[in-house]
Design a protein around this ligand. Structure first.
Ligand code: ZN
Length: 314
């Protein structure tokens, strides 16, 4: 049987100040900080994970806050726009909320859906769209309740340097189903209840440049380690170089750059975020992988202070 990717696992972006990042994604958008850890490849900096209550695959937006880094340029070879799904009949609530926090937004239509488009404080392009699919998040924070909370990813709009090859990869190798085409965008769907839509921009947007305000990579879901190794072989057979499996503590990862220059990752669903702290207190303490535990004191001093703050009460 042909293997099929079930959906988006997480999306990781580079941003600026960590507190501004937490204030926006937790304080304004109401996501839960599900893990506060360090960038395993650059341990003096944070890696912050935001998602639904459990931090389930398909809901996790992660960030490398690089406070003093250069601004990047959104363009080809990146996820150009990241979309979040909200429950039906809640766009009115979200417009009101964005206005309350002084965040300018535009309303636009794609594939007959109404999107609110706006930017985060560091220039990342985001969207909100109503979707019936996927369970509601039970995370209540600030002015956001289970009835209005972001459920997870509604999708990603890929800006590719080679649309033909990116489309071929998604369709023929990853097994996504083409479900629509309009103007310069092709839409694909996968089987998961959340994080199940990917749009590909077929018109070149100009070459992207990595830096603050850009997406670093998009990760897709593998069921387990065995499934991941099968994917590794399948992608190598398509003549793309794939990294060895890397232990990311909360999942195992492989990475490859597709022919449209976008960095793809395939991450395992297990073990998830409760491997090193209980569900009730996810994200509260700084968690370090075993190899960095001996440097905890120094790392804690180097990292800037970070709080999840309820901005509705300020
Ligand atoms: Zn990743």
């Amino acid at each position: 049987m042909n293997k099929k990717i079930t959906g988006i696992h997480h999306i990781t972006a580079i941003v600026g100040d960590a507190q501004e990042n937490a204030d926006f994604y937790a304080g304004v958008l109401g996501l839960r900080l599900t893990k506060k850890t360090i960038n395993f490849d650059d341990p003096g900096t944070y890696h912050l994970y935001f998602g639904n209550t459990e931090g389930e695959p398909g809901t996790i937006m992660t960030f490398f806050p690089w406070g003093n880094a250069y601004r990047g340029k959104i363009g080809d070879g990146q996820v150009g726009v990241t979309a979040f799904a909200v429950p039906g009949s809640t766009l009115g609530f979200w417009k009101e909320r964005l206005r309350k926090f002084g965040i300018p937004f535009k309303e636009q239509k794609r594939f007959n859906e109404e999107y609110l488009s706006f930017e985060d404080p560091h220039g990342l392009r985001l969207e909100l769209v109503e979707r019936p699919d996927g369970k509601n998040s039970s995370w209540n924070f600030g002015g956001i309740t289970e009835e209005t909370a972001i459920k997870g990813f509604a999708g990603a709009l890929l800006f590719t340097a080679n649309a033909e090859k990116t489309v071929e990869l998604l369709e023929s190798v990853m097994g996504l189903e083409k479900v629509g085409e309009e103007e310069n965008i092709i839409r694909f769907r996968s089987s998961a209840a959340i994080g199940n839509i990917v749009d590909v921009m077929t018109e070149r947007q100009g070459t992207g440049q990595m830096g603050v305000g850009t997406v670093h990579h998009i990760a897709w879901r593998a069921e387990d380690d065995e499934d991941q190794l099968e994917w590794k072989e399948k992608i190598e057979n398509w003549r793309l170089g794939v990294t060895p499996v890397q232990d990311r503590n909360y999942f195992n990862s492989i990475y490859f750059r597709e022919y449209g220059d976008i960095l793809f990752e395939i991450a395992t669903d297990p073990p998830g975020f409760t491997i090193d702290e209980p569900l009730e207190s996810l994200g509260q303490d700084l968690k370090l992988p075993p190899q960095y535990e001996q440097f905890r004191k120094r790392l804690s001093q180097e990292l800037p202070p970070l709080q999840v703050r309820n901005l509705d009460e300020r």
